[in-house]
Design a protein around this ligand. Structure first.
Ligand SMILES: *[C@@H]1O[C@H](CO)[C@@H](O)[C@H](O)[C@H]1NC(C)=O
Ligand SMILES: *[C@@H]1O[C@H](CO)[C@@H](O)[C@H](O)[C@H]1NC(C)=O
Ligand SMILES: *[C@@H]1O[C@H](CO)[C@@H](O)[C@H](O)[C@H]1NC(C)=O
Length: 516
């Protein structure tokens, strides 16, 4: 069951510098973690109640007018030429530069299928859902031109190249309606004054890495320019997803989520976007966006919803009377269970304390709400953990903090591809600690001289993804060489102290500036 969801070994090559950006080298990033997270998903389902109810399906457009608060919107046909939501009251649906759909007239359906990872379609005009056929219908104001696009189909997910998972994503039809279809069958039950974004809560979304890399980061970079004036129409909607990610969802949209598969009402929109853009693994490429946004802006959204929300969790063990620089730097240890366990974690934590850290153990898969995980991680100066989906929480670190990823035998290329470039783009210091033979539990099973231990890259060659998933990802723990890992810890500690004192200087300067 797990293996059918795994990406192909071909994707495992070491050349994964930039996390994809539209090339096949993006492939390897973990579908595999899915399997290990089924348990945590089940746990979470029991712990969370849904906070959002939604029913709908739909697509998107090009441009439309954003009305002042309290008025209804009307659609505008033409591209304002950039500047995002700031150009008068014209809203541009496609925030991406130089795309096939970036300057379309109204009453148009336009799909951009030029990207390797994802398709995205836009509908500008009178868009209505037709739940029975999982369609979005566009009712044109004028008879459409003879060669207008009449129908498109799209599966809105960002792993277009992975056919097994794409088959499980519902297909949405975008269709130009015939005039006689309008009444009475498609009378609006619910009229929205904001456009629709159709996305899925399916795919590999049960896994934290995929939830962000395939789901929320792409959704955010596709609609952030609308400033939450967008309705999310979600396929494979489920209460677990809505509950787990409720804060992030509310950071994307001011409106109730629509459950496209189950909401049988006709929802009407001034436009729709179906599917999301994708800029690479946990990546936002500012040069491709009209408003130059970066992954740091995505981090700021997380900070905003988790720090300022009404039920935000207080920072753990914070002593507010103490200035930041007076505390010992805090090290968070991501503690996995079952696989890729740090067998000498207790000794490692002791060592970290002796080096000068306050140590906080972050258990994974314990059902902790993301808001609590945010508070825990964002309080850290350094986050360290063995490769796995939970390291996606580096998105919660403050820019300037550090991420140390421990890569077990055979895993360094995957580990690097998932988090090296993505964390650096967020302004974090990244280090990777590649485990050596004597630190791996595989030495107990295979012996020191077996190629599985002595030369993992050649052992993997020609074996397929299952081999990697079983032997290296699913069958390995690590026992850190404390002498060697101690050097990493000392370096991270010195760095954190430096970062703290420059922070202190900045705070002092700010105080001085206020006084004068
Ligand atoms: C339709 O035809 C017009 C005029 O020939 C052309 O400019 C336009 O690009 C065509 N539109 C599509 C969607 O093919
Ligand atoms: C985005 O960056 C470009 C190039 O640096 C600049 O010309 C443009 O004004 C920026 N746009 C916005 C909205 O900040
Ligand atoms: C790794 O450690 C966990 C927890 O101690 C244990 O259940 C598992 O069997 C270990 N795996 C290997 C391959 O030693």
């Amino acid at each position: 069951m797990a293996s059918s969801k795994l990406p192909d070994l071909k994707s495992l090559g070491g050349d994964v510098e930039d996390g994809g950006g539209g090339k096949s080298k993006a492939k390897w990033c973990p579908g595999f973690v899915q399997f290990f997270f089924v348990l945590s998903v089940v746990l979470c389902v029991m712990l969370y109640s849904p906070r959002f109810f939604a029913l709908t399906s739909t697509y998107g457009l090009d441009f439309f007018v954003q009305p002042p608060p309290g008025t209804s919107s009307r659609i505008v046909g033409q591209d304002g030429g950039g500047g995002g939501g700031d150009v008068g009251d014209v809203v541009v649906l496609d925030n991406q530069l130089r795309t096939p759909c970036s300057s379309l007239p109204g009453d148009t359906i336009c799909c951009d299928r030029s990207d390797f990872n994802t398709d995205v379609c836009f509908m500008a005009g009178d868009v209505r859902t037709d739940a029975a056929s999982m369609s979005l219908l566009l009712f044109p104001q004028q008879p459409p031109v003879a060669n207008a696009t009449v129908e498109e189909r799209i599966r809105p997910y960002t792993r277009k190249w992975e056919s097994l998972i794409m088959q499980k994503i519902e297909e949405v039809r975008l269709r130009m309606a015939r005039p006689e279809e309008e009444e009475p069958g498609h009378r609006c039950d619910v009229s929205h004054d904001a456009p629709l974004l159709v996305m899925t809560a399916g795919g590999y979304t049960g896994n934290l890495f995929h939830a962000f890399s395939d789901g929320f980061v792409p959704a955010w970079l596709t609609v952030q320019h609308l400033r939450r004036r967008v309705v999310l129409g979600v396929l494979s909607y489920n209460p677990w997803w809505a509950g787990t990610y409720s804060k992030i969802i509310s950071g994307l949209s001011d409106y109730h989520v629509i459950d496209l598969l189950h909401d049988k009402r006709t929802h009407c929109f001034p436009g729709a976007i179906v599917g999301t853009r994708f800029h690479g693994i946990l990546a936002v490429e500012p040069t491709r966006l009209r408003d130059n946004k970066t992954i740091v802006d995505f981090h700021n959204l997380l900070a905003d919803v988790y720090e300022n929300g009404e039920d935000s969790v207080p920072q753990p063990q914070q002593q507010p009377q103490q200035p930041a620089a007076a505390r010992r730097p805090r090290l968070g240890i991501v503690s996995r269970r079952g696989t890729r366990v740090i067998e000498n974690q207790v000794a490692m934590a002791q060592l970290a304390r002796s080096v000068g850290f306050d140590v906080d153990i972050h258990e994974t898969a314990n059902g902790m709400p993301l808001s609590a995980a945010y508070a825990q991680v964002s309080a850290c100066d350094v986050l360290v953990g063995v490769h796995g989906a939970d390291l996606t929480k580096f998105l919660f670190l403050r820019p300037g903090a550090a991420l140390v990823q421990i890569a077990p035998l055979g895993v360094p290329p995957i580990a690097h591809g998932c988090y090296a470039a993505s964390s650096a783009r967020m302004g974090l210091h990244y280090e990777q600690y590649d485990v050596r033979g004597h630190e791996s539990s595989l030495v107990r099973k295979y012996g020191r001289d077996d190629p599985v231990v002595s030369d993992p890259e050649s052992a993997k060659r020609g074996k397929g993804w299952d081999f990697v998933a079983h032997v290296y990802l699913g069958g390995q723990n690590v026992t850190l060489d404390l002498a060697r890992f101690g050097e990493t810890l000392s370096r991270m500690h010195a760095r954190a102290v430096r970062a703290r004192s420059s922070l202190q200087r900045a705070e002092a300067d700010a105080t001085m500036a206020r006084r004068t």
